[in-house]
Design a protein around this ligand. Sequence first.
Ligand code: NDP
Length: 283
Amino acid sequence: MSAKILYGKDFAALIKEKVRFEVDKMIFKPGLAVIIVGENPASQVYVRNKHKTCEELGINSKVVALPENTTKEELLNVIDELNAAENIQGILVQLPLPDAIKAHSDEILNRINPLKDVDGFHPMNVGNLVIGNPKLVPCTPAGCLEMLDLAGIEIDGKRAVIIGRSNIVGKPMLHLLMARHATVTVCHSHTKNLAEITREADILVAAMGKPKFVTADMIKPGAVVIDVGINRIAPKKLVGDVDFDAAVEIAGAITPVPGGVGLLTVAMLMKNVVTATKLQIGV
Ligand code: NDP
């Protein structure tokens, strides 16, 4: 049996269509500011993608490109200006920051007005998610949940296992699935007997950053497998955390890499810009 393949572009198109509809109804065009510090080539690609998607959906896009040697204070000043700017509803600092200011990442991200924090990383947004009152949720896990819903995959009462406990993917995924009444286990690098746990999963989310780590024998027949991992194993070759070719024979549904969850992340960012705008104007 071969699994149903959940292609990110199909779900991203549906999410973007809804965003375009919402933006068209607004009396002003929302604005997203993306701050990029330094010249990291991967970050530049991500920022260009975000800019292009904003243009596609009628969202004003402002890219603030700062030099590699930008100080923490200079960056905080830029964030303060964007926090105060009336034409900017969403602010995002592209990670990773250069080595010289990397240690201050938390302080820098926490400076963003929580109502404009479209990455959902501010402690206030994290807290709202944990207490079951989500406002702005990190885009990748939110995209995974949206995809499950759009694909008509039931979550309530299901056994879910997440591999990875980062603040960006694993932890928010836990809260999103738990809020939807799944019974969730979060695994990490100290977890014993990982395969025994993953084999219990009706929904398995792999977010560890280890190429093809999840093998077919770790998957329950018929399970939904969401591969968040993006691993570059050669200059032009990306693979996920799941051994796709083997897993596709045992899973019930599976996301490919590339072409899976990654495409949802940008679409959900656009959705967060709409959510942030509504939060700011109080609707
Ligand atoms: P992190 O490195 O922050 O976290 C990795 C997690 O995996 C940690 O919790 C770690 O455990 C756990 N882990 C590592 N090795 C093992 C192991 N052998 N067994 C069990 N758990 C393990 O990564 P991120 O969450 O930021 O990203 C994960 C992957 O998702 C990466 O490939 C990244 O590129 C990708 N990603 C994709 C996105 C997209 O848009 N599709 C967006 C964000 C990330 P411990 O906590 O104990 O160290």
